[in-house]
Design a protein around this ligand. Structure first.
Ligand code: PGA
Length: 248
């Protein structure tokens, strides 16, 4: 294990008042100094939560535009996030790929936008159930990574965080077994190594996502190639997520 990262993805949940009281309460909690805590929150809450969070919590965006600025109604650019002191952004979550038809090309442009404005992309990959059942999940995941990330040079690539999130495990209560997670994380590291070499591959944080809970986080984080978690549902419950941050 390299870095230790507990990232929450709130998705489209909580009101501003709920979000503020969550972060106020959570920031008084205890977790080891070497565990990085991230909350990816809805756009309108970024600034006020960032002010509340203190320096032990990173407040991140859940998405950014593939464009820099201009006539793109409803979009939020990486440039804007940077100007609002946001340092981290999720890109390519399976819900964005599925419901908003974000293609490899779009995700590639989003990654470029994020990196151009100094943000850390948390790039998500992972296979749907039918792909897992067909046994082609390794191929799909390596394709997702190659298509949206392999145009980057080493300097840019080393700024990424990758999250492996099998779609069949997201919000379903079905978690990948620690062995399944480890197997895919090691595979992803190998894919990265083949292009960027062993130093960058070894230091790349790879988070597991998909029904991470307080009662399974320890087993998952104990795997050699699992550097932490991207947590949806369980990141909405203070005590549950605090336990997860203490599971390394
Ligand atoms: P979940 O979501 O923990 O609720 O399965 C994970 C994610 O979508 O990032």
């Amino acid at each position: 294990m390299g870095r230790k990262i507990a990232a929450g993805n709130w998705k489209m949940n909580l009101t501003l008042a709920e979000a503020e009281s969550f972060i106020s309460e959570f920031s008084t909690g205890d977790w080891p100094a070497d565990v990085e805590v991230i909350f990816a929150v809805p756009f309108p809450y970024l600034i006020s939560l960032n002010a509340l969070a203190g320096n032990r919590i990173t407040i991140a965006a859940q998405n950014c535009s593939d464009q820099t600025e201009g006539a793109f109604t409803g979009e939020v650019s990486a440039k804007m996030l940077d100007s609002a002191s946001i340092t981290t952004v999720i890109i390519g979550h399976s819900e964005r790929r599925m419901y908003y038809h974000e293609t490899h090309e779009i995700l590639k442009a989003k990654v470029d936008q994020a990196l151009a404005f100094g943000l850390t992309p948390v790039f998500c990959c992972g296979e749907p159930l039918e792909v897992r059942e067909a046994g082609t999940h390794r191929h799909l995941v390596s394709q997702q990574i190659e298509d949206s990330l392999f145009h980057l040079d080493s300097e840019a690539f080393r700024r990424l965080i990758i999250a492996y999130e099998p779609v069949w495990a997201i919000g379903t209560g079905v978690t990948a077994s620690p062995e399944q997670a480890q197997e895919m994380h090691a595979y992803i590291r190998g894919v990265v190594e083949s292009k960027y070499g062993s130093f960058i591959a070894k230091h790349l944080p790879i988070l597991y996502g998909g029904s991470v809970k307080a009662n399974n986080a320890k087993m998952l984080f104990a795997q050699e190639d699992v550097d932490g978690g991207l947590v949806g549902g369980a990141s909405l419950i203070t005590s549950e997520f605090l336990q997860i941050t203490n599971s390394f």
